[in-house]
Design a protein around this ligand. Structure first.
Ligand SMILES: [Fe+2]
Length: 435
């Protein structure tokens, strides 16, 4: 199935899209090349951002040894918070300033890589914290120039943060996630070693795998770039430029690989090949959404994770309630796709088919339902909670969640179906329980 007609080029509308990609090194064992890559930037004193779990894994020592063998001085910061906050971003930036770093290396999941991006940004161009944060929550100010070199080494198969210029955090003052988005924050290198997945708890594999799937699905079904007004000096091209032929390539391949491997990676402990394949799918999905944007499932996820009450999943730190990012995303996805299906039915069917759904002899009017039902089946097979009620929300929370999600303008702007007043509340109601 092709979707070429999705892009209708016409005068007065955008006809240019961009493709931004971190220089990628992928494969089992590539961690041993970290030092050589860091040396190629002429670095000497590098900050190594990680967390207390990752720094105990044998592979982490392999990374440090690679840096030392190349003559670099690694300075480890292991206080990155899982699901970072504005406060933890600022603490990491303070560390970067105090240690006078000339380069940045992140070794961890999306929380670690995002924290490292923020530490690089605020230590290179100090500013009031909200200056760079996405509007309307922050000022949405442009990053003034290039940042210092950043080499990202993902250890989970999901966020794709190594391939995007986005850093997401919990803004504590309003109990909601938001982010900073700038092409300047795109890591200079992505060193992707799938061996990291071999020690991931299955609950983390499931959560991060669904995050990757949703990145690819949301970018594939995003409003097309050609629907935007042309880019001008006063109206620069946003990172979330909408679906385009470049991002489509990565999204479709990510979905094909994830459809073949996610359930096996989670349910079969000996399926290391499936785990490795999910690592590649996640990076491809990261490139895809980094060049197009996500929409409703991510916009709806941020209030869910930001306002979580007492949910504590296995495989995550137990010192605080937490809804892992990928879980909060996929819990909203079936409701979202039932809503957006009419916006671009052929793309919803394309996504469902790539994930393994039978889409032969189906009607486009059922596209959203087919994709949503297939995701629900995958969620059940991998132990994901049954809707947002499965992580502690009920009908009395719907209006609060909907109000918070309405502030996610960057994401809502590329929804393939325009939202009216009251739609977000209906969507959260639909997302309460699926089976
Ligand atoms: Fe995500």
């Amino acid at each position: 199935m092709t979707c070429c007609h999705y892009y209708q080029l016409s005068s007065g509308q955008e006809n240019i899209f961009s493709g931004d990609v971190s220089r990628l090194r992928y494969g089992a064992g590539v961690t041993r090349e970290l030092g050589i890559e860091a040396m190629s930037f002429g670095l000497s004193r590098v900050g190594v951002f990680t967390d207390t779990r990752v720094c105990q894994i044998e592979l982490f020592q392999e990374a440090i040894q690679s840096l030392e063998q190349s003559g670099l001085t690694p300075v480890v910061y292991d206080q990155t918070r899982v699901e970072p906050t504005n406060r933890s971003f600022q603490e990491a930036a303070a560390f970067a300033i105090d240690e006078n770093l000339d380069g940045f290396i992140s070794i961890g999941g999306g929380s670690v890589i995002d924290t490292c991006k923020a530490a690089n940004l605020y230590s290179t161009y100090p500013a009031d914290f909200l200056d760079y944060v996405n509007a309307p929550i922050g000022e949405g100010r442009s990053v003034p120039g290039a940042l210092r070199p950043h080499i990202a080494c993902p250890t989970t198969a999901g966020t794709g943060s190594e391939a995007t210029g986005i850093a997401v955090f919990d803004f504590l003052e309003i109990a909601c996630k938001t982010g900073i988005a700038s092409r300047a924050m795109l890591p200079d290198r992505a060193i992707v070693d799938p061996r990291w997945t071999e020690t991931l708890p299955t609950s983390v594999l499931a959560a991060t795998g669904f995050d990757a799937i949703s990145h690819a699905l949301e970018a594939l079904t995003a409003k097309p770039y050609s629907d935007r007004q042309p880019t001008t000096h006063s109206l620069p091209r946003p990172m979330t430029q909408g679906a385009n032929p470049f991002s489509d390539l990565f999204c479709r391949e990510a979905l094909r690989i994830a459809g073949e491997n996610l359930v096996s990676a989670v349910t079969n402990p000996s399926a290391s090949g499936a785990r490795h394949n999910m690592m590649y799918a996640a990076t491809l999905a990261g490139i895809g959404f980094g060049n197009a944007g996500c929409h409703l499932p991510h916009a709806m996820s941020y209030p869910v994770s930001g306002k979580i009450k007492d949910y504590q999943p296995s495989g995550y730190p137990d010192d605080q309630p937490i809804c892992p990012h990928g879980v909060s995303v996929i819990l909203n996805a079936p409701a979202a796709y039932r809503f957006t299906g009419v916006g671009c039915p052929e793309r919803h069917l394309d996504g469902a088919s790539l994930l393994g759904a039978d889409t032969k002899n189906v009607s486009e009017i059922d596209a959203g339902e087919i994709l949503a039902s297939h995701l629900e089946n995958m969620m059940r097979e991998t132990g994901i909670p049954n809707g947002i009620s499965g992580v502690g929300f009920d009908a009395s929370d719907v209006s609060t969640l909907a109000e918070a999600a309405s502030a996610q303008e960057r994401l809502l702007a590329v929804s393939p179906r325009v939202l009216k007043d009251g739609d977000l509340a209906l969507l959260y109601t639909d997302a309460l329980k699926y089976w």
